[in-house]
Design a protein around this ligand. Structure first.
Ligand code: GLU
Length: 302
């Protein structure tokens, strides 16, 4: 579908180049792409490559080639978070200037116990130990974040149970929660369609948007693809890796998972034809409130 139709919708896909695209990421990419095109909107692409320890060399390009093979064509230039750190530094300083951050010396091991309950506020009054520190965003313990998700419906999070999130890691890298909020605003993103594994993160992101006086996009959290054994799909799962050589049939399978019921005769159609059908028939109504799309462990994408 042609873009530039005057729609104010701006969507985006923001993969982390830490592994090849897999079925779960294909579903998220297709969901956000088709939703944007259905609205006559733009669809941007952003590489979330700040976590240098996990970034796999060559992976960004592989993801771009795969998206092209699937006909998931983005608008404008690809943004790389690793080239945008000045923006995150400005946002960090602005939060620091207003006393909304604190330095935290807790190690991963010390934090392991608080995973269930959120960060317990150990370093709120100052780092408890010498050495490198991470920076955390100080949440308001009494804050309750409410938002209406297009797919999950009314969502409510008590910030006290989530705790103070890391916005700059111990060795200096900016963290996802800060970068995503800065970028979505800087890129004018109006609509975010992504996996429900990020539903909880949305609460922090809304709090950060408020603190930085940034607009709040509309959210739609797609069910995440899980295997029948109930583990979240890891990007390394070869069995569910996507194959650009079979893009049309794999798109068909992804749309099936998204409850779009694509007609059988499209199964061997080229990607552009499958996507054209998906855009014309797109609806979120069939998986309202669902958190997971369960696939059999051996499901191949044929
Ligand atoms: N980079 C994140 C991921 O690959 C997605 C972030 C987002 O969509 O907000 O899981």
């Amino acid at each position: 579908m042609a873009t530039g139709s005057g729609s104010s919708y701006v969507g985006r896909f923001a993969p982390s180049p830490t592994g090849s695209l897999h079925l779960g990421s294909l579903v998220a990419a297709v969901g956000s792409f088709v939703d944007a095109r259905r609205a006559g909107g733009r669809w941007l692409l952003r590489m979330e490559d700040l976590d240098t320890a996990r970034v796999v060399p060559g992976c960004s390009d592989e993801i771009l080639r795969a998206l092209e093979a699937f006909g998931l064509c983005w608008d404008g230039a690809v943004e790389y978070q690793s080239r945008r750190t000045d923006l995150y530094a400005d946002a960090l300083h602005s939060l620091q200037a207003r006393g909304l951050t604190f330095e935290c010396s807790c190690s991963r091991r010390e934090l392991a116990n608080s995973v269930e309950t959120g960060y317990l506020g150990t370093c709120r009054a100052g780092p408890t130990r010498c050495g490198p520190t991470a920076t955390r965003f100080r949440i308001d313990d009494s804050a309750v974040v409410l938002f209406n998700d297009r797919i999950q419906g009314a969502c409510r999070f008590e910030m006290r149970t989530l705790g103070d999130t890391v916005i700059r890691r111990r060795h200096g890298a900016f963290a996802y929660q800060l970068a995503v909020v800065v970028d979505d605003a800087a890129q004018g993103v109006s609509d975010i369609v992504r996996g429900a594994d990020l539903l909880e993160s949305t609460a922090w992101q809304i709090q950060l948007q408020q603190a930085l006086q940034l607009p709040r996009p509309l959210y739609g959290h797609l069910p995440v693809v899980v295997e029948a054994t109930r583990g979240k799909l890891a990007k390394s799962r070869r069995s569910l890796a996507i194959d650009p050589a079979r893009a049309g049939s794999q798109l068909h399978a992804a749309l099936g998972l998204l409850h779009q019921a694509p007609p059988a005769e499209l199964e061997h159609a080229p990607p552009a034809a499958v996507l054209e059908w998906a855009i014309a028939n797109w609806t979120l109504d069939r998986f309202h409130g669902m958190k997971e799309f369960v696939v059999a462990t051996q499901m191949s994408l044929d």
